[in-house]
Design a protein around this ligand. Sequence first.
Ligand SMILES: [Zn+2]
Length: 281
Amino acid sequence: MPELPEVATVVRGLRETVLGARITSVVLNAPPKSIELSRSFKSDGFDRVITGKEIIDVSRRGKNILLALSGDTTLWVHLKMTGHFFFHRQDKPVDKHDLVLFDLKLPDNGTASLRFNDYRRFGRLRLYPDDELWLQKGLRELGPEPLKITAGDFVGLCKGSRRMIKPALLDQSFIAGLGNIYTDESLYAARIHPKRLTSSVSKKKLIELHAHIQRILRTAIRKMGTSVDSYSSVNGQPGQYQKYLKAYNNEGSPCRICGRPIVREKIGSRSAHFCPRCQRA
Ligand SMILES: [Zn+2]
């Protein structure tokens, strides 16, 4: 699933391609559960609300993409497992997994097509007036951004709860944007066992973890994210960070520090990859 660096890469790609564009028409091939509308929009429907609107900003919060539209409306998108935005020429043949097609008039008067493509169909496109947006579940409860939180606040956050650190870091209401890849990599870099209780990790270790999270996320953003499954940016280019993974997806490979094999263990409902020697319970 795309995490913060992948979503940040998609947002950067959208900013480079569709900022200032006007949506001239919309074709919906998406199943009904993919689309959610504010009650105030229901009588018009997704396509009628969005047609004619201009894309005035594109931003990210956690793993969510927010396309601010003219008319104080926001298109809020979560890619979930396999959601993609692709920027194409308008005459590009439609793929069977192109669920929503946005025809665009670009600021330079050219045309283009932005496609929301999702073969597993867990992605969500939601349309809300700006004044209702932050009241919605999925946005309102989000925790702090890992690249913005200070080391001191991060220590306070961890010391203020008593739960296993890996599930805590995955919980979007605890901290927003991390998933399985970057929690495994950060805990490995800081040599913290994924089952350690947040409150039991020393302040010094938590400060180290905070630094590793920020360093790893920044490097992954620079490398355009991690492509271990289908993820790619809006121009179809895969990310490069998979070459740098040391724990995630490395089950059975020797640990770079001690040489023992990396293990994979189910913790909560998710699997964690770690070195049992370097990351002691
Ligand atoms: Zn090791």
